[in-house]
Design a protein around this ligand. Structure first.
Ligand code: SAM
Length: 243
């Protein structure tokens, strides 16, 4: 992906540090914003991810870019013995750790600070790995995906939930209007960080989706790659596995 799309245009920091800083800043408002921006539909998409993961009865699950932990928390509906949420933003994790504790899930879900480009686990460790709205923010997409492939077990399940761009009229035009005009205003109203939601819509428009992301997954070494567009294509669930 285009490394030039970063949150803070005039920053001397690299994309990774800028992304961590931005999510640290918006962490307190993130959950509310997320629901408003997606009109709550993200909850339905997350449940689909849970179903896909649960179909293979995983014992070990890693939720990368877990943020405030919604997907990791949902994974407690599986019978997995190990559920890990990993993120580079200490601020997002702090909110997530509180949510996990409030739901009495601290003994089932471990939330750790870490980088998708250097995952602190051995090869072939996880039965299932998920990333929701995270891959778009990776500084180096290919490196992050290669690390995910490394720690995934053979025949394991990898699921990405990510924004995409509707291709059909009138959804395409509606989406463009919403993301260019409405999304940044909602972001500014709700968020302390003025640039954050400008970055989020800009990066969503530029990120590869559908067959383009399928091809990147295949090139990384994933097999059985499939893209399933959701809600007119505003998001896509990608499923892949390892030989
Ligand atoms: C839009 S949030 C998504 C959070 C959560 N998965 C959800 O569905 O609500 C993106 C998250 O990706 C994290 N992130 C970005 N780059 C990362 C990396 N290289 N390693 C781990 N987490 C990363 C950010 O810190 C942020 O919490």
């Amino acid at each position: 992906m285009d490394k030039n799309i970063t949150p803070y245009k005039d920053s001397s920091l690299g994309k990774k540090e800028q992304v961590a800083k931005m999510f640290d800043t918006i962490s307190g408002n993130y959950d509310n914003l997320n629901r408003v921006i997606s009109f709550g539909i993200d909850v339905k998409w997350r449940k689909k991810v849970l179903k896909i993961v649960n179909d293979n009865k995983p014992e070990t699950i890693l939720d990368i870019a877990t943020g405030t932990g919604d997907l990791a928390i949902l994974m407690s509906n599986t019978s997995a013995k190990e559920i890990i949420g990993l993120d580079i933003s200490a601020g997002m994790l702090e909110v997530g750790i509180k949510k996990v504790a409030q739901k009495n899930l601290s003994d089932r879900i471990e939330m750790i600070l870490g980088d998708s480009e250097k995952i602190p686990f051995d090869d072939n460790h996880f039965d299932a790995i998920t990333v929701a709205f995270g891959v778009r923010n990776f500084e180096n997409l290919e490196k992050g995906l290669a690390e995910i492939l490394r720690v995934l077990k053979p025949n394991g399940t990898f699921v990405i939930l990510e924004t995409s761009v509707p291709e059909k009229t009138p959804y395409k035009q509606g989406y463009n209007f919403y993301s260019r005009n409405i999304l940044p205003i909602i972001g500014k109203l709700f968020s302390k960080d003025n640039v954050a939601y400008g970055y989020l819509s800009e990066s969503a428009a530029a990120f590869p989706y559908g067959e383009a992301l399928n091809n990147i997954l295949r090139k990384t070494g994933f097999i059985d790659v499939k893209a399933m567009p959701q809600t007119f294509g505003v998001a896509t669930i990608y499923v892949a596995s390892k030989k």
